[in-house]
Ligand binder design. Structure first.
Ligand code: NDP
Length: 244
């Protein structure tokens, strides 16, 4: 099945930014979107909005660090809509800081959400997709998956990991299941709000001045999903034009 219409798409981290923008675009194009994140009020409002415009959306509270919760949202998608076309592993956090600030809890949170969260999405999706004989993962990495910068060592490490896992997954299951890596550059979202380190916060404020809207990344994701099943878009990097 090519195109977007009728596809069942689970999106993690759908309560703001890129996940929200992707939910809106895919629903507009006729997908059934199944939205997960921790902030239920956001998801409820988003689903109401999508439905009021004639779209098909449901939501469930989701913490991607908990495998059972990720499995539960994938099962919900299958139960409600009969099958599962795509899992978009988008949830992520970015509390940047220099390593010598020793914000070990924040390192662990990035590892838990950005790496384990993606692995949980893969673990939840593979059995369903293998049984059906089709499916697609879209994993959201970052330009931080290609280069490291000060204050971003751990964040970049998590995104390098997402890139490595995605390529490994493609090589292993790619015969039946499509695997796509989408790496955004600076994009409007709430991502930088979790930065507790003052130096990193100031650096990011400057760096994030030129941002593209979340809908730009949503279009890249939609492009990968809408291809015919024999076409697998492996990797897309999408930056603001003015970025180096
Ligand atoms: P936002 O902060 O706006 O969105 C992040 C989303 O992840 C939110 O919906 C948040 O929802 C969710 N989330 C965080 N922790 C968890 C968790 N434990 N379980 C489930 N959901 C969680 O930022 P973006 O939209 O920018 O981020 C989306 C992805 O894009 C991330 O992977 C990020 O690393 C990546 N990215 C973003 C770039 C940018 O410039 N914006 C650049 C490169 C990559 P809630 O808090 O409700 O759980």
């Amino acid at each position: 099945m090519s195109g977007i219409k009728g596809k069942v798409v689970v999106i993690t981290g759908a309560s703001s930014g890129i996940g929200e923008g992707t939910a809106r675009l895919l629903a507009e194009q006729g997908a059934h979107v199944v939205l997960g994140a921790r902030r239920l009020d956001r998801l409820e409002a988003l689903v109401a909005d999508i439905q009021s415009e004639g779209g098909s959306a449901i939501y469930q509270q989701l913490d991607v660090t908990d495998l059972e919760q990720v499995q539960a949202i994938v099962q919900l998608a299958k139960k409600e809509f009969g099958h599962l076309d795509v899992v978009i592993n988008n949830a992520g956090v970015m509390p940047l800081s220099p390593l010598d600030a020793l914000k070990v809890d924040e390192w662990n949170r990035m590892i838990d959400v950005n790496i384990r969260g993606v692995l949980h999405g893969i673990a939840a999706g593979i059995p369903v997709m293998k049984e059906q004989g089709f499916g697609q993962f879209v994993n959201v990495a970052s330009i931080g998956a290609y280069a490291v910068s000060p204050t971003a060592a751990v964040y970049c490490a998590t995104k390098y990991a997402v890139r490595a896992i995605t390529e490994g997954l493609r090589q292993e299951v790619g015969r039946d299941i499509r695997v796509t890596l989408v790496s955004p550059g600076v994009t409007e979202s709430e991502l930088a709000e979790s930065i507790s380190d003052e130096e990193a916060r100031q650096l990011m404020k400057e760096y994030r001045r030129e941002a593209i809207p979340a809908s730009s990344i949503a279009r890249a994701i939609a492009y990968a999903i809408e291809q015919p099943t024999d076409v697998d878009v492996n990797e897309l990097v999408v930056r603001p034009t003015a970025s180096l």
